[in-house]
Design a protein. Structure first.
Length: 541
């Protein structure tokens, strides 16, 4: 990833006012964030219906989320490098275009097999979505100094949490079993949102762009490193997805991709520290304990947060008999609380100029919430899972952006772009692992515990978690209760695993040091605004 020269100029902050270009650019950032978050959270609720509508008899539904996340992960490092080389604006526009085209193609898909258009076309918006995630963070760093960023980071968190709260209801509303084609609008709705974000970026984002030839800029990208990490991540994910579900854990089909994936990731780490002039993982970012602690806690938060987003609606549908739309409504108590908590956490960091207390408090609350989640059963009172959701949203909402501050605080301002690309890469990579880990636990537990009278209805090796849910309501009373109980008990194992990962997050957050946060931004990518006289006036932001 390209590094801006260490002696690059930075400009002081504290302006009397922020120009119109700033607010319009920030609006564009929020629109792009909403676009990415809405797509990520809406599809999970609708997966059972999509699987049934496309005759998913082999459980390939799990590849929809995984394919999107893998594509996002693959492109994030490249998007950071390309944005440093070619400028933020053209790469952001390219990412939005990929997202829109891929969404249109996915909505038109007719089948769900691993070679089908749906899975292939899910990769295209994944590429765009990964770039959008990285570029929104990088652009925010270009606009606002770290010491003032808490408020704006909180606003981005509000947008993300709001999209996460409306995404599941939209997914539920568009996944009616009676109208099996409505789910396509989950993808088609991305088109007007993509158009809005594209126009805002095109018209109002005016930032400086690096000079140089296309060939010299392409040479600054760590192509080999990116290829290695994509291969390693993909192979490891395939092994985890198949393990215990499609093949036994000790089978060749699982062991080979897992071992090769881990080997590639190990080679990637060695390669990054020894070979490239512009590494994908900048050495100075992972070379200090505070930034490293922020990255590791980001990884932990990504795993546990995606387990809630993807699998709490599964609990509502499988154990409580909720329809897709009802499960989305049941998910609202927590998702609506996450937005103000994200905003509050960012505001507290800005006012106190300290980020460690927010990280510690977030992890503590999250651990307690997952402990309570693990007690939920099919006959639990409504008030319990409502209160538990709210508590979980408080902790996870606080942690949405809190790790950014320890990652960036020890670094010079001209390293923000590289660091934030790595932050986004870490988040999406471990969101993928969060989906896979939770899905693997659920599938394995269901295979062990579900009554034979129920599993006998499905072919051998059938992946039950999503595709079998629509059939639970059709069972007779005793068998239905047994299946609902097994789903609740299996989900409890997921929450217990998340307690351990959250505890690890808390321990890692204790390694952070309180470093004064910067009050400047990097001039190399400064925002510009055209004055009435037509001169280019650069504003100190």
């Amino acid at each position: 990833m390209q590094d801006v020269p260490a002696d690059a100029a930075v400009r002081p902050s504290c302006p009397p006012r922020r120009p119109r270009a700033f607010w319009m650019s920030f609006l564009a950032i929020m629109a792009a964030t909403f676009l990415s978050a809405l797509d990520q959270t809406a599809v999970g609720t609708a997966l059972p219906t999509i699987a049934a509508a496309l005759n998913d008899t082999n459980g390939n539904y799990i590849w929809v989320g995984s394919a999107y996340a893998m594509a996002s992960t693959a492109f994030i490092p490249l998007s950071g490098s390309l944005a440093n080389a070619f400028g933020r604006k053209p790469i952001m526009l390219l990412c939005i275009a990929f997202f829109a085209v891929g969404s249109a193609l996915a909505g038109a898909s007719q089948r769900m097999v691993r070679s089908s258009p749906l899975l292939r076309f899910t990769i295209i918006p994944g590429i765009g979505g990964g770039g959008i995630l990285a570029l929104t963070q990088i652009l925010l760093a270009d606009l606002v100094p770290l010491s003032e960023r808490g408020l704006f980071q909180g606003l981005i968190g509000v947008v993300w949490a709001f999209a996460s709260s409306v995404g599941p209801p939209i997914g539920g509303a568009l996944s009616s079993r009676e109208k099996k084609t409505l789910w396509r609008w989950l993808f088609y709705l991305n088109l007007p949102l993509s158009g809005l974000a594209f126009v805002l970026i095109l018209l109002f984002l005016s930032v400086r762009q690096p000079e140089g030839s296309t060939r010299s800029k392409l040479a600054q990208v760590d192509w080999v490193g990116n290829l290695i990490v994509v291969l390693g991540t993909g192979l490891a994910l395939v092994g985890m997805t198949w393990g215990g579900i499609r093949y036994h854990w000790n089978s060749v089909e699982v062991i080979i991709p897992l071992v090769l994936g881990i080997m590639f990731l190990g080679v990637f780490i060695l390669y990054e520290f020894k070979v490239p002039q512009h590494p994908t993982v900048p050495r100075d970012i992972v070379g200090n304990i505070t930034s490293l602690s922020g990255l590791l806690t980001t990884a932990a938060h990504s795993v546990v947060s995606m387990s809630v987003i993807y699998y709490l609606p599964v609990l509502f549908q499988a154990s409580f008999g909720a329809s897709p739309i009802r499960s989305a409504v049941d998910y609202l108590p927590g998702s609506l609380v996450g937005a103000p908590c994200a905003f509050l956490a960012g505001s507290v960091v800005t006012m106190s100029k300290k980020y460690r207390p927010v990280n510690w408090a977030g992890w503590t609350v999250t651990i307690v919430a997952f402990g309570l989640f693990s007690t939920i059963r099919e006959d639990s009172a409504v008030w319990k899972w409502v209160v538990y959701q709210i508590l979980g949203a408080v902790g996870l909402g606080m942690l949405f952006s809190a790790p950014i501050f320890p990652i960036l605080a020890p670094l010079p301002q001209n390293r923000a772009g590289s660091a934030l690309a790595l932050f986004s890469f870490t988040r999406v990579l471990f969101q993928t692992w969060g989906i896979t880990i939770s899905g693997t636990i659920l599938q394995n537990m269901l295979q062990k515990k579900l009554p034979p009278a129920f599993t006998a209805q499905f072919p051998p090796g059938f992946e039950i978690a999503y595709a079998a849910i629509p059939f639970i309501k059709e069972l007779d009373g005793t068998l239905q209760k047994d299946v609902e109980r097994v789903f609740a008990e299996s989900m409890a194992v997921i929450w217990q695993m998340m307690i351990g990962i959250s505890g690890l997050g808390l321990v890692l957050s204790l390694l952070m040091k309180e470093v004064p946060m910067g009050t400047t931004v990097d001039e190399n990518y400064a925002l510009k605004e055209v004055t009435a006289e037509g001169a280019q006036k650069e504003y100190a932001l």
